[in-house]
Structure formats: C-alpha cells, structure tokens
Design a binder for this molecule. Structure first.
Ligand SMILES: CC(C)(COP(=O)(O)OP(=O)(O)OC[C@H]1O[C@@H](n2cnc3c(N)ncnc32)[C@H](O)[C@@H]1OP(=O)(O)O)[C@@H](O)C(=O)NCCC(=O)NCCS
Length: 180
C-alpha cells in the first residue's frame, strides 16, 4: 500500500529495488545502531527482503517495507517499515532509516508520522511501537517529536558490533494526543 506525505512518497519495495536496498543497508552511518549489521553480499539482502515482498500477496498483512523518495526529484532517500501484530492486541512496530546526506531536514519525522497515521487509520491499530538503542539520540528525538512516550528500558538486549546495548521502548496509543 503506497502513501504520500507533503514532501515524500512511500512505495512498497519490489525485486527491482534489491540493489538500492542493499546500498542503503551497506551505509555505515545507517548501521550504527542496527543489530543486523552490514550485509556481506547481495544474497544476504535478498533474504532480508524476501519476506517483505512475499507478504504483499497476503491478507491480512504482517509486514510492510517502503522505499522513501523525494516527490520533487523522485530520488530514493531511505526505507521505512511496519509490522502489524494481526491479533487482538492490535499492535504495530515501525522503523525508518534516511540516507545521511538527507539528515536534519525533518524527513524521518515526516515518515514516522505517516507510519503512525497509517497504523491507526488504515490498519486500525490500537498502539504503535518502536524500539531504539538508548544511544541513538537522533531517532529518540524523532520518536518524541511524533508524540510517542518512552515506556521502558530493556538493558543490554541489542547485539551491536560485539557489544550489548540498551534499548528504549517507545509507543503511542490511538487516543494519545497527536498534532497530525
Ligand atoms: C534517525 C534518523 C532516521 C533521523 O533522520 P532525520 O531525517 O535526520 O530526522 P529528522 O530531521 O526528522 O529529526 C532529527 C532530530 O534529531 C536531532 N538531532 C540530530 N543530531 C542530534 C544529536 N547529536 N543530539 C540530539 N539531537 C540530534 C535533530 O536536531 C532533529 O530534531 P529537531 O527537529 O528537534 O531539531 C537518521 O539519523 C537515520 O537514518 N539513522 C540511522 C538509522 C536509524 O537509526 N533508524 C532508527 C532506528 S529506531
């Protein structure tokens, strides 16, 4: 299901995007707080995106992966995703990543708001969640700007380049205040 925001389009990835996704997953700045690590080859990226592409044939959906592009130039600048729980808990987990050349322009905030709105309005979720390394100050700022609440800290749960890092759990409930 594709979406647009003021400045961006979100389009579900397909096999034509394999190299593009691989290139984004291979940028060290985007891997700094990621537990997956840099893929060793294209084959590893193929495995990572297989389930997202297969899921496009399913109903109900249990995952979405979108490429994020600029409406003006059509340039792809990042990736975003959503995992709905598809059960009575009506939860969804979001993630996003933006190419470092485009940081600090509010793009992640614009995307994260679109993901939350999509979760509540289209998927009829009750609660949208996100996990973030406690050291990932940029993403923490994004989650707070979109009205999520820090609900907890799980100590030393993220394996990141040989060290165990703490994870903050953020969330927003459908009836929490939000300005979008
Ligand atoms: C996190 C990420 C998506 C942010 O993208 P972005 O488009 O730059 O985000 P935005 O511009 O919407 O907002 C970034 C905020 O962080 C703030 N920020 C940037 N550097 C910061 C720092 N060193 N300390 C504190 N805040 C910082 C910015 O000032 C901005 O907040 P503001 O609007 O109040 O000024 C991007 O850095 C990224 O892709 N990182 C790698 C992948 C990742 O960590 N994804 C999230 C996983 S949960």
């Amino acid at each position: 299901m594709n979406q647009t925001t003021n400045r961006l389009f979100l389009e579900e990835i397909g096999w034509d995007d394999l190299e593009l996704v691989h290139a984004l997953h291979s940028i060290p700045e985007l891997d700094e707080y990621n537990t997956l690590g840099i893929p060793k080859d294209l084959e590893e990226t193929r495995k990572v995106i297989q389930s997202a592409i297969d899921d496009q044939q399913k109903n109900p959906r249990s995952q979405f992966c979108w490429k994020i592009g600029l409406k003006t130039t059509e340039q792809v600048i990042g990736l975003a995703g959503m995992f709905p729980s598809n059960d009575r808990f009506r939860l969804g987990e979001i993630y996003y990543k933006i190419h470092p050349g485009f940081w600090g322009k509010g793009y992640a905030t614009e995307v994260a708001k679109a993901l939350v709105s999509f979760g509540f309005e289209e998927l009829k979720l009750h609660k949208v969640e996100a996990g973030v390394s406690s050291e990932n100050v940029r993403s923490v700022r994004v989650l707070e700007k979109i009205g999520m609440t820090r609900e907890g800290l799980r100590r030393k749960i993220l394996p990141i380049r040989g060290a165990w890092k703490d994870n903050y759990h953020y969330a927003i409930v459908e009836d929490d205040p939000r300005d979008y």
